[in-house]
Design a binder for this molecule. Structure first.
Ligand SMILES: [Zn+2]
Length: 160
C-alpha cells in the first residue's frame, strides 16, 4: 500500500469523525502494511482537549495491540500534526508521520507558534522514549487537496 492508499483510509476515518460530531480529521496507524488502529478527532464530544485524531490513534494502537513501542509504525493523518501530537508520536517511537492538509490550509496555522512546520520540528526532535533511534520522519501534502477539502468548514466548526 502506498502512502496515497493509506491516506485514502485516513480520509474515510476523517468522515467517520465528522459523522460522530468531531472535526473531519482522521488518523490511522500502519505497521508491516497493515492498519492496526485508527483515531478520530473529537475533543468536544469526548470532553478531552487532547483528543486529537493522532492522539486517539496512538492510544488505540497501544491499547488494542498491547504495543507501547511503535518502532516500525507510520502514523497517517489528514491534517498536519500539532506539536502535542508530534510529541506524543516521539514518545511512542513512531518512525514516520504522513499527513495531507497543512495547518495553514485550514486554520491559518494560528494555533501553533509562528512559522510552525511539523516537518521542521521533526528535524530537531529525537524520539523521546529512545533517543538512540534518532529522529522521526514527517512528510506532508499527501492527497493534499482531498484532505484540505474535508476541512472547508473547519473555521465554522471551531466556533461551535
Ligand atoms: Zn494534535
Amino acid at each position: 500500500m502506498s502512502d496515497e492508499d493509506n491516506m485514502r483510509l485516513a480520509i474515510d476515518v476523517a468522515k467517520d469523525a465528522e459523522a460522530s460530531g468531531g472535526a473531519a480529521i482522521g488518523a490511522i496507524m500502519v505497521k508491516d502494511g497493515k492498519v492496526i488502529a485508527q483515531g478520530l478527532s473529537n475533543p468536544w464530544g469526548k470532553r478531552d482537549p487532547s483528543n486529537h485524531g493522532e492522539i486517539d490513534c496512538i492510544r488505540n494502537t497501544a491499547k488494542d495491540n498491547d504495543l507501547m513501542d511503535m518502532q516500525g509504525c507510520t502514523l497517517y493523518g489528514t491534517l498536519e500534526p500539532c506539536s502535542m501530537c508530534v510529541g506524543a508520536a516521539l514518545w511512542a517511537g513512531v518512525d514516520r508521520i504522513v499527513f495531507g492538509a497543512y495547518a495553514e490550509d485550514v486554520a491559518g496555522n494560528d494555533y501553533e507558534y509562528d512559522n510552525y512546520s511539523s516537518e521542521e520540528l521533526a528535524k530537531t526532535s529525537r524520539k523521546a522514549a529512545n533517543p538512540s533511534r534518532g529522529k522521526i520522519e514527517i512528510i506532508g501534502g499527501v492527497l493534499h487537496e482531498e484532505c484540505k477539502e474535508l476541512l472547508k468548514d473547519y473555521k465554522e466548526w471551531q466556533k461551535q
